[in-house]
Write a protein that binds this ligand. Sequence first.
Ligand SMILES: O=C(O)CCC(=O)C(=O)O
Ligand SMILES: [Fe+2]
Length: 226
Amino acid sequence: MFFRKKAAAPSPARRDTGRAVATRLAANPQMTAAEVSGVELFYHLDFLDAAQCDTLIAMIDADRRPSSLLSDRPESDFRTSESCDMNRYAPEVQPIDESIADLLGLPHEKGETMQGQRYAPGQHFRAHHDYFHDTESYWPQIQASGGQRTWTAMIYLNDVAEGGETWFPQAGFKIAPRRGLLLAWNNMNPDGTPNTLTLHEGMDVVEGTKYIVTKWFREGSWLKRG
Ligand SMILES: O=C(O)CCC(=O)C(=O)O
Ligand SMILES: [Fe+2]
């Protein structure tokens, strides 16, 4: 009898989603594929205009609360930003929410509620994976709410005077906040297993305030049908 750490099982559904989204993004002339090793990562320099960014920033400022962390071992210094949920049916949010899903070619039902995030100087989100770990106690609840996360889309709502870069230390990629820029990456490997190289960090803001929105997509439907 051998006892060894269970390897993640390949997933044809996640593999197919990964391929379909990457093919769609690669075919979009407004998207650029980032030169990184081992992670599928694309960006769009001007996904939102200044007025859309300002609207979302005002909503985040009005509704922010300390960010939370889904983990069996939360650390107090790990994610020090503030967050809020962006109601997908709010008239200012809905067109943006749907345009992100359309950009990736995913049904909006697979998208979690868009999250607004605000980082003051000294605040950060330490290195983490966006995918869920099937060894954590939250896993059954994740499976019941659409399963594993596949793609992440993030939009920077403003320029930041210093700091606040998003850093992928293992893939060797770092990008500074730039108003309106959308970054999207596949959290899975080509075979549909979690890609450890997607480890990333929201680095400390040094000067200014950083505002972003993040949209995580699940393999199944996150939205409950009523
Ligand atoms: O703030 C950043 O640059 C990264 C945010 C992030 O990783 C997330 O929201 O999952
Ligand atoms: Fe993340």
